[in-house]
Design a protein around this ligand. Structure first.
Ligand code: KG4
Ligand code: ZN
Length: 331
């Protein structure tokens, strides 16, 4: 019986999980709601809140399973990308835990963990599969050749899909994070009401900054009628969301065709979006591809995915030393 403790603190969720022999036992997270009043994540505040919550989420996991720290065999932690001060909290905690217990420390790439969240499922995709990872900071199409062999074949030139949602929501006067709210309003609106085009780029590239500008100019035009947004919010959200999803699905479909891969997956916070999930399933149905989704709770940041990724790294002998450093960006 091998037990792994996993920690996630890259942005605004403080999270812990326990993995036993490659299976999730339990996980907890504390969402930092305090950022909403500032309209976005405040890095300094995030670090402080991680510091306040990290012991509590770890202890909650131990309590669930009646496990003591002495029973843990390895500790995995998000090494990056993320907010530097936020990452330091999780990494310092994990280093201290590993040092005190004299057990392996495993640094995990947050984006790889989003992809590997599929291995929390009973029936994960077979290799190779294509994964569209859409989060607050990244938009990537990846060929997943093996647990630890991932090739990025498509990325965004500017904003990530999650930023397109959150910045659009901000313009519409919705609180942070606006992605889930746009999703909710969109279900009641008409996606054909307004035309917001997403650029059709070559080589599996994404771009969302033009779409954001299109929304800005659209809203400027309506300035003379102050109630316009309030009266048409579902239609605006549905139309704006449709443009984001259109860009994402178009590139995913192109990648599947170009590389001849039939097993397709979504990962990352934006993959909780109901419209994206529907469009993804429709694409797979139309082309006879095999679709793989994770439940919405594992789409957004959590430590279960860090645990499963850490587990496979540990099995492959990819262990970090005490000199391991967090990294803010992927270069
Ligand atoms: O993966 P994640 O939790 O954190 C990062 O690694 O960035 O993704 C967070 C992003 C935010 O931009 C949030 O607005 C977006 O995922 N998001 C959604 C939905 N749920 C979360 N966007 C659209 N629809 C949703 N239902
Ligand atoms: Zn994430």
């Amino acid at each position: 019986m091998a037990l792994l403790l996993a920690i996630e603190s890259s942005c605004d969720e403080t999270a812990a999980a326990l993995i036993q022999n490659g299976r999730l036992l339990t996980h907890h997270l504390s969402s930092q709601l305090d950022h909403a009043q500032y309209g976005g994540v405040v890095p300094e505040l995030a670090s402080r809140l991680h510091q306040q919550q990290i012991i509590a989420v770890v202890e909650a996991c131990f309590q669930d399973e009646g496990i003591s720290p002495a029973q843990i065999d390895a500790v995995a932690v998000t090494q990056g990308p993320g907010l530097m001060g936020a990452l330091w909290v999780g990494v310092s905690f994990a280093k201290a835990f590993a040092l005190a217990r004299n057990i392996p420390l495993i640094g995990v790439n947050h984006l790889e963990a989003h992809v590997l969240s599929h291995f929390l499922n009973e029936t994960p995709p077979p290799f190779p599969f294509l994964c569209l990872t859409v989060s607050g900071g990244h938009t990537q199409i990846i060929i997943v050749k093996d647990f630890l062999n991932l090739e990025i074949i498509g990325e965004t030139l500017d904003d990530a899909a999650g930023e397109a949602f959150d910045k659009g929501a901000k313009m519409l006067g919705l609180p942070y994070p606006g992605g889930p709210l746009i999703d909710r309003y969109a279900t009641q609106g008409n996606p054909e009401a307004y035309a917001f085009p997403a650029p059709d780029l070559k080589d599996l590239k994404f771009s969302f900054s033009g779409l954001k500008t299109a929304l800005l100019y659209f809203l400027k035009k309506q300035e003379k009628s102050p109630d316009f947004v309030a009266n048409h919010l579902p239609d605006i959200c549905a139309s704006y969301q449709k443009a984001i999803i259109g860009g994402l699905i178009r590139n995913l479909a192109q990648a599947a065709e170009r590389y001849g891969i039939q097993h397709l997956a979504l990962a990352g916070g934006v993959s909780a979006n109901s419209g994206l999930r529907q469009a993804f399933l429709a694409l797979c149905k139309q082309k006879s591809y095999y679709p793989y989704l994770v439940s919405p709770a594992y789409c957004t940041d959590n430590a279960a995915m860090i645990g499963i990724a850490g587990w496979y790294k540990w099995q492959a002998g990819q262990v970090s030393g005490q000199d391991m450093m967090p990294f803010a960006r992927v270069f």
